[in-house]
Design a protein around this ligand. Sequence first.
Ligand code: C5P
Length: 232
Amino acid sequence: MDSGLIVALDLPTAEQAEELASRLDGLDLCFKIGLELYSSAGPDIVRNFTDKGRDVFVDLKLHDIPATVGRATARLAELGASLLTVHSSGGRAMMSAAVDATHKAAGDERLRVLAVTALTSLDQDDLQSIGVDMSIDELVVHRAVLAADSGCDGVVASPHEAGILRKSLPEGFLIVTPGVRPLGHDKGDQKRVMTPAKAKAAGADLIVVGRPIRDAEDARAAAMSIIEDFNA
Ligand code: C5P
């Protein structure tokens, strides 16, 4: 996947996801199956997509005791997906358990584990309200370094943190950024957004875009213009 675009299939049914994915087929991108779609369509949709040669990111943000996360990751690795998220707030042992499970299950292409640093929908007040006293930047860097030390392949973070993360993380460590909006597009519930080009300049390797593509009249044109902006 060279375009750098991950399309969030935030949809309620396998049929709707298939309909959107088929409009985007042929573009060099990755499909993100998140909590809504996985809750309705389960592992079958992941297998169905990977069987068709589609690149899949399973965004389940796993967060549980290390043994449970390790076992769940082992099952997910069997589905042929490329990327999986875990919550960095689950700690070092939990993230390592996920990474170890992907190594044990390894086929040709190992499932890569991304750690969520802080949800891009949270701002400083939200952090305070859940008992986190650090600034967003400090928290994100702290958790990203822990994720790298735990063997994760990358992090999910706001494009606003990509710049400082690049300086603190090892070479080749992936920075994946949601919270990306084409110019003039509605922010939705994302509080810290950037355009694709700016996210790239800030250091993002991959961007996650949902609503601007899902809700576009012409999803394919929307995806193509985001790819063009990101790679300009
Ligand atoms: O519609 P929108 O482009 O805001 O979608 C962003 C996607 O990225 C959603 O599927 C959301 O779950 C996901 N995401 C996020 N913030 C994170 C991790 C994932 O918004 N930190």
